[in-house]
Design a protein around this ligand. Structure first.
Ligand SMILES: C[S@@+](CC[C@H](N)C(=O)[O-])C[C@H]1O[C@@H](n2cnc3c(N)ncnc32)[C@H](O)[C@@H]1O
Length: 248
């Protein structure tokens, strides 16, 4: 394969796909799509809709199943490393089977630079192939951007930094001293509850028809967010949420 485009497609709204992404997609012969199982079918459907709407040129879609992942590992970094390796081996076999002149692409939720393993996996694939392909990255709208837009807010307090972190870190370690604003992703536990007195702006399934947003003091709306999140998850089998917290 000659080139692999890693294309950010935005956080859920097909209208967030950029003109640069559409131009790149129309040069692609083969899209490699990771199938995350029936529960996340809606996410695959968004990708399918994007291809149908924006890519009239001839192309193929090759799906591969996400390798199993240890969700409660004793060593988190080691488990992620093993999972990336499994993904890379699967993808390397598929890439190897492509004609040498073909152009491939992977569509990435949000932007490839933020909590996404695609670029790391693609680098591993390049390392094991005899004739490595070129990699190009097309940026996409991140879920924190979609969150800020939905609430019509600025993420940082005036002139101050904003930390981007995960629910696991917030739950296990709290926020570092001095942090006054943080965006939290990958949180299945509503860990903002460990921040009484703070303000939260929450968004679930942003950009999709089922988008829900809530904002207010953690002490006042924390329970409502927990209940709404649980209801969304019970209904669809999954939910994706991101939130911003500010110290008052
Ligand atoms: C594996 S990360 C991918 C992030 C993605 N690369 C980005 O740029 O937004 C998945 C996390 O992103 C957030 N996320 C992605 N899409 C979202 C959406 N439509 N609404 C709310 N949060 C979303 C959630 O925190 C979810 O747990």
């Amino acid at each position: 394969m000659r080139t692999m485009h890693v294309i950010g497609i935005g956080a859920g709204d097909p209208d967030q796909v950029t003109v640069a992404a559409i131009k790149a997609m129309n040069t692609v012969d083969v899209f490699f799509v990771i199938d995350k199982g029936a529960q996340k079918q809606e996410l695959v459907d968004v990708r399918t809709r994007i291809l149908r709407e924006h890519v009239p040129t001839d192309h193929r879609v090759v799906e591969f199943t996400d390798p199993p992942r240890d969700r409660a590992p004793s060593d988190y970094d080691d488990a992620v490393d093993t999972w990336h390796d499994l993904r890379a081996r699967m993808l390397a076999d598929l890439v190897d089977a492509e004609p040498s002149e073909s152009v491939g692409a992977m569509l990435v939720w949000g932007d490839p630079s933020l909590y996404d393993s695609t670029l790391r996996v693609v680098e591993r694939v390049r390392a094991v192939l005899h004739s490595p392909f070129e990699v190009s990255v097309i940026p996409g709208v991140t879920s924190p951007s979609a969150l800020a837009a939905a609430h019509r807010i600025v993420m940082n307090r005036v002139g101050e930094p904003v930390l981007t972190t995960t629910g696991r870190r917030l739950r296990d370690e709290g926020l570092p001293d001095g942090v006054t604003a943080a965006v939290v992703m990958l949180d299945s536990d509503c860990s903002f509850r460990s921040l009484p007195g703070w303000h939260v702006w929450w968004g679930a399934n942003l950009g999709t028809p089922g988008e829900v947003t809530l904002a207010g003091p953690v002490d006042d709306i924390g329970d409502e967010i927990v209940a709404r999140r649980a209801a969304l998850r019970a209904e669809a089998g999954w939910v994706m949420d991101t939130y911003l917290v500010h110290r008052p």
